[in-house]
Ligand binder design. Structure first.
Ligand SMILES: [Zn+2]
Length: 65
């Protein structure tokens, strides 16, 4: 008897572990995982870029009056 992975022991889940799209929560597709579509992938990319821009570069913090 072959050893089964722990995921297989879960009766409520399918064999293949489908991740949910981090953007809208829809199960991701093979083509665009971990997103459900290229659209969500683009949304995530834009968010990521926005976040990068938002990071404050506190290097020169001189308080001039
Ligand atoms: Zn999505």
């Amino acid at each position: 008897m072959p050893a089964k992975p722990p995921e297989d022991a879960n009766p409520g889940k399918a064999k293949q572990v489908t991740k949910s799209c981090p953007i809208c929560g829809t199960p991701a597709t093979e083509a665009s995982k971990p997103f459900c579509s290229e659209r969500c992938r683009d949304v995530d990319l834009n968010r990521w870029l926005s976040d990068s821009y938002r990071i404050p570069a506190k290097q020169d913090d001189d308080d001039t009056d």
